[in-house]
Design a protein around this ligand. Sequence first.
Ligand SMILES: [Zn+2]
Length: 283
Amino acid sequence: MFLKLKNQLLSLTILLPLCGLAGPFTIDVAFEAGMDEGYKSAFTNAVTFWETNITGYRAPANWGMNGITIDASVEYIDGQYGILGSAGPSYVTYGTTTLAGDSAASRVCYSTAGGMTFDSADVDMMIGNGTWEEVIRHEMAHVIGFGTLWGIDIGGNIYNDFYVDGSGEYTGAAGLAAYQAEFDPDATFVPVELGGGSGTANGHWDEVDGGAGLTGIATASGDDMRNELMTGWLNSPSFLSNTTLGQFYDLGYTVIPEPATVTMMAALAAGAFWIRRRISYMA
Ligand SMILES: [Zn+2]
């Protein structure tokens, strides 16, 4: 099965020592010219959603981190159903530092800009069935770094070193601690999707391929992992797990709730690692 990949050159920002304080985490969406006005409010709501859950940076102030600019567009991808959207970072800032809350230095890579594209053939359907904002939240998370900046190789060094492509095992400390607390106390890793092909595999939490059934992995309140916001197939209504928030902590952000129990892609030259989201049902 061949699917269109949205590739965009991933440019690198060389980290320079800067004076001044790191700002709060903010997201600015730059809409493509002419985007339907009726599409836009869901983006604004999704920005509020992530700005509420991600509050700032664990990097030192002299990194100058203050948010992400995201280009948003609607264009034809693959027709009705199938791929709903794709997204990823286009610029990153990276370096080696001891993040607030950590006891040792690590290689850290942040997204500073990126893009999200949604399939023009699906947008009205998503608005109609109430999933439009959920899909935007999902794609926005990929721009922020979910699944796109795990274990990324820059110049032969691995940054955000808590996932190896093909392993299916996410080992970031905060994400794993949250997963143990809410889904599986015996887990030694968070299961990562390996199905769905390039753009789905290695970039989402694991679920039954195609989003076809319950995983049997659920929170105490009965939320099955199938419906978690950051699995590869859309099942609505979705929920945001603390595991996903912990994952953002692992990426170097401060999040709400602050993890309490933390103790302690592919070659960049090939282009950006854009992530697709698929819909779990076919017409
Ligand atoms: Zn996705």
